[in-house]
Design a protein around this ligand. Sequence first.
Ligand SMILES: *Cc1c(COP(=O)(O)O)cnc(C)c1O
Length: 359
Amino acid sequence: MSADPAQVIRADIRAMVAYPVQHATGMIKLDAMENPYRLPQWLREEIASVIQCAEINRYPDPDAPQLKNSLREIMKVPDCCELILGNGSDEIIAMLINAVAGPDTVIMAIAPTFVMFKVSAVIARAKYVGVSVEEDFSLSADKVIAAMREHRPAILFIAYPNNPTGNLFDEQVIRRIIEHAPGLVVIDEAYHVFAKRSFMARLPEFPNMVVMRTLSKLGLAGLRLGYAAARPEWIREIDKVRGPYNVGVLTQRVTERILAHHQVLEDQAREIVVERDRLENALHSMRGITAFPSSANFILLRVPDAYKVHMGLKDRGVLVRSLHGAHPLLEHCVRFTVGTREENDLLLNAFGEILATLG
Ligand SMILES: *Cc1c(COP(=O)(O)O)cnc(C)c1O
């Protein structure tokens, strides 16, 4: 008799829902915070020659010294700290949690936030505790400190700016939280290039802080490269949980080449910020919509009916994310990525049409 998943796969895994990725063929994809711009032709040609020379018959160098050096320099990683690389920051989240998880370990995050903190905690069989933001999406230091006193989290994740709310939490509030944390505090700066605010330079001040970033939102989502900076004594331990060849040869070589021209990506990010501000202004003048201020490359909106707006946009060929039901503070909220100027105009038109039908 052959085995049945119900007898073999863990019950909590069977109860999970796989990370939702919407079908996007032929759609304007504003649901995943990707950079809408391609790289210039001359850089694509450089990448082609890099790939031609890559030694894909060999395992990648697990330490990726060249890539780490350029990241250190460009991202201004303080000398006191080491880097760890991941197949996206998703993998770094999993590594951090796997390095601490035991039957009584608590993983804490600010809620609502990026879902992978919870998903990785559940997979590692750690307990997950979300501490809610205030109604205006700000963070109460007292509330988080009280929750930490009660639950003693091994890791607290704070996304800065937060996803899906788009805001930056107050720096002094975060400082107080880090000073009171019983374990590690991971500042997830996935959107740092759009926010221009960072805790990277403050790593020397806080020995229990990790600053995590990704190149995904910057324009390299398809390459899958995330990195985290922390004191060497932390990185040394987390490195033991890492699969030895987790970042492939092609990702290493191609990323190095693109980072040599990182200005290209930063220019694109600047255009995205200009478009974000234009969109925010346009949305403020639409009745029935609340656009929350964003420091990232996406905007969270409260609409009269998230389901109808989501479906209405889909019918018009635009994919966004509905967050209704994800958290009490996200009632009738949808989130969309800032696209190209043309895409954004199309989105604004579609909003106008849909809102008209909703009365
Ligand atoms: C998108 C996102 C990530 C994951 O990025 P990858 O490097 O592509 O895995 C991590 N944290 C936050 C807050 C994000 O929004």
